[in-house]
Design a protein. Structure first.
Length: 83
């Protein structure tokens, strides 16, 4: 499981940008708001589907599942909006 952003993420995204005018998205399985912010600085989009699935796996039996996932999604959105 990836727990940090690769130090060469920006340069790797730049290599992709050299070959396309399409938006570049980066996805991570393990994602926290700080990680999302770092990825958002280097790319056009942050793919969080697997990170949400991970939250569901962690809290799936909790009666507060929706609350946990909502708070997680809000923390990611707030981090990206702060850029």
């Amino acid at each position: 499981m990836q727990t940090s952003v690769a130090s060469n993420l920006a340069s790797q995204v730049a290599k992709i940008r050299a070959h396309t005018d399409l938006p570049v998205a980066v996805g991570l399985w393990h994602l926290e708001s700080q990680t999302g912010e770092l990825v958002a600085l280097s790319s056009d989009a942050v793919v969080v589907g697997s990170a949400v699935v991970n939250q569901i796996a962690q809290h799936g039996k909790s009666k507060d599942l929706v609350k946990h996932v909502g708070e997680f999604a809000k923390s990611l959105a707030d981090a990206v909006k702060s850029i």
